[in-house]
Design a protein around this ligand. Sequence first.
Ligand code: SAH
Ligand code: SF4
Length: 365
Amino acid sequence: MTPDVLSAGPQELEALLEEAGQPRFRGRQLFRALWREGVADYAAVTVWPKALRTAMAQRAPWGRARCLAEQRSPDGTVKWLLAFPDGARVETVLLPHDYGYSLCVSSQVGCAMGCTFCASGLSGRLRNLTAGEMLEQVRFANTYLAEADPGARVSRVDLMGSGEPLDNYTATVRFLRLAHEPEGLGLSYRHMTVSTSGLAPRIRRLADEGLPVTLAVSLHAADDELRTRLMPVNQAYPLEAVMEAAAYYWRRTRRRVTFEYLLLRGLNDTPAQARQLVALLRPLDGGAHVNLIPWNPVPELPWQASTPAAAARFLDLVQAGGISCTIRKEFGRDIDAACGQLRRREEGMRDSQGLWVIPPRPGPG
Ligand code: SAH
Ligand code: SF4
């Protein structure tokens, strides 16, 4: 079987090169070339003798992701539809902040969770991504930044693109560890967020990994009946189980847990619901932060975003209840920044409402 070079760590690459009769340090050179330098192919691994490059291209081939479409928003948000060598496609969104750039990374092609407000779940889960394919999204964004903003690199990653990262647990944890490798992307764990729809047992398992990453729990409702309507996964892991797992995460890691709460007009944005949310989070005793998210319209879904007035009132009430709370800045609304939307459009749901698709960039490889 061909080894999955893009999902391998430095030591695994050392072993791979050793098997090929090479000194072990060649493996570390490859890891560095892959993720620090972002080389396009073996031919570009110029620290190696030419014969070795040719031999490894035969023995352990790999292919970079290609860009199929790019959308840029005037606020600086850039969204790409990337394709892997087998044709699977995912979206990745680059967001500019005053501290630098964050990247919204996908963990699966589609999603099996079926949340009723989300474009990613509309056609189910097609497949898991490998750790290498998650790293590829960061590498692609860095390659883009090398031209667009020389000297800048992605400094935060959020697993908030398509897919449920904890439904692809092993690859997700491998991705987090590899993204942290100092000889590769060198990202700090504190600058990584894993967002989940609330797979309680996996939240506990993540807490036990010893990685100080931020956990974000997509809550969206503070009562089981409404949450089950919005998120079918709530039947398997109702609020009590999710909250116990989140409290465990907080105790174990001392990392404050973010609770994401989408504001949907007339559905979950009333003052009574804000108070219910406060009551639900209070037992976390300072370990909770609420991130209110304006819903990004998905054409084929029936919901509406809350009015700005309702959102402001909701924010006030949560803060007045003593819970730290912010409203997420809206990024790239003009380019359909909600997860899963670009892929769906590319797959035949294209319309002309301000959509701006630039022909593919000549990607490396
Ligand atoms: N599956 C994980 C991570 C990917 S979704 C999760 O659900 O947490 C990342 C976030 O985007 C979640 O909080 C999700 O609820 C939110 N989201 C999904 N569709 C959205 C939309 N149309 N507008 C705004 N946020 C959306
Ligand atoms: Fe999946 Fe998250 Fe979308 Fe729900 S919100 S369908 S869990 S990607």
